[in-house]
Design a protein. Sequence first.
Length: 117
Amino acid sequence: QVQLVESGGGLVQAGGSLRLSCAASGRTFSRYTVGWFRQAPGKERKFVAHITLSGGSTYYADSVKGRFTISRDNAKNTVYLQMNSLKPEDTAVYYCTARTSGESDYWGQGTQVTVSS
């Protein structure tokens, strides 16, 4: 089993930056692709970004492309989400998820990001 813990959320003004971290424990982290999702109040959870096993490929939602960067450090069992040029509409709880063949997806508890205008 994999345990995921997100951190790095907080309150920031529009135009500011935050870096979220997703720390994993329990299994060989490099076996898992990792994604970030977010959920705003009263809305469904939505995809934000995804990174492959070695970090060689990344994918982004159109709404964050060019502003957010996902990366991973398998030696530290951690995936990062660098968020720049934040907008009020980025306000949400951000979750990381890990996936590998043959296992159910794992989710963290989430970290709150609030962007003030």
